[in-house]
Design a protein around this ligand. Structure first.
Ligand SMILES: Nc1ncnc2c1ncn2[C@@H]1O[C@H](COP(=O)(O)OP(=O)(O)OP(=O)(O)O)[C@@H](O)[C@H]1O
Length: 306
């Protein structure tokens, strides 16, 4: 549905590119998780999709048509639920919906029906007559969501929608976004919370310093990347552990411990035996497939939150 090809972008005042040769696709019926640490280029990418930044080089198409053409001729096919609150604070919830419904092509009974459906989907019926500025942070995000859905968009962009949201609203938002993809939308969900992306994404693109570091179906990425062992010692001697374990695979310092990506043909038993023979006492151990954070760390040797 959405195809991004070889996208490059540099802000006029910047020395380095914000996006370098970025290519990926988003499909209907799927949540694409766009993940990356601060400054990775997520907002710059979303700004392109919203038409806020002009292309410098590369292509963005929707069903093989240039994005700019689609945005000009059928703007309601794409909707964004932005990081900031995108509504009129002095209007009630339902007045906001009526106002944004009027901006597009909705009118008459269809407009009324769609407002009711979006209120219901975002579970905002109880707050319909409340002024938007009196809503809690979580309810404000839900109003952003309801507004974004009014015109039945085919591509929905969520830019860090859960920042500053209480856990209950966060769980609701994640479930609602998953539902939208199941109903046939293409959804792009940006976040620097890898747990969220891991919870809802079908496909993942990880950006780092403006480049695509890794992309693919979430399940494949998590299964393909070997087995990880995280160890911490009594007495906090991670450097000693790092040199001891380096023959067993790729070792990264991780706070007071280390993370080892086991090389093929190396076994967990061998690692334990080596630690034991060195007389080291293990305080914490975790063994299993990598999660997205660990995958990112094993590729970049720094954390998503650095
Ligand atoms: N208006 C601007 N002028 C110059 N450089 C910018 C501008 N906006 C962003 N940048 C730079 O472009 C790069 C990508 O920034 P961007 O905001 O897209 O990253 P991000 O992944 O959204 O980060 P965050 O999670 O912190 O929002 C960074 O190096 C940033 O400093």
């Amino acid at each position: 549905m959405l195809a991004i090809r070889n996208l490059n972008f540099r802000y006029p005042t910047a020395n380095v590119a914000a996006l370098s040769d970025v290519s990926f696709e988003a499909q209907r019926g799927e949540v694409l998780g766009l993940l990356g640490p601060n400054g990775a280029g997520k907002t710059t990418l979303i700004a392109h999709l919203c038409g806020l930044l002009a292309l410098q080089s590369g292509d963005i198409t929707i069903d093989q048509q240039a994005l700019a053409v689609v945005r000009a001729s059928q703007p309601t096919r794409i909707a964004v639920a932005p990081q900031e609150y995108a509504f009129y604070p002095n209007l009630s919830v339902v007045e906001n919906l009526a106002c944004f419904a009027g901006v597009g092509s909705l009118s008459g009974s269809e407009k009324k029906l769609r407002i009711a459906e979006c209120l219901a989907f975002a579970q905002l019926e109880r707050y319909a007559s409340v002024h938007a500025d009196r809503l809690s942070g979580g309810l404000k995000r839900r109003l952003n969501l309801a507004i974004a859905l009014l015109h039945r968009p085919e591509l929905l962009l969520f830019d860090e929608p859960s920042v500053g949201v209480d856990p209950q609203s966060r769980a609701f938002l994640l479930q609602a976004i998953k539902q939208l993809a199941q109903d046939g939308c293409a959804v792009i969900y940006t976040s620097h919370y890898m747990e969220e992306v891991q919870a809802i994404a079908d496909r993942v693109v990880i950006l780092d310093q403006g480049r695509v570091l890794i992309k693919g179906p979430l399940a494949e990425l998590l299964n393909a990347n070997g087995t990880l062992l995280q160890l911490a010692l009594e007495g906090d001697e991670p450097e000693r552990l790092q040199s001891l374990l380096s023959p067993f695979g790729d070792v990264t310092l991780l706070g007071t411990g280390v993370q080892l990506t086991l090389a093929s043909r190396r076994s967990l038993a061998g690692v334990i035996a080596a630690v034991d023979a060195a007389g080291l006492v293990v305080r914490h151990a975790r063994f299993g497939h990598a999660d997205l954070e660990q995958l990112f760390m094993s590729l970049t040797h720094h954390s998503l939150r650095d």
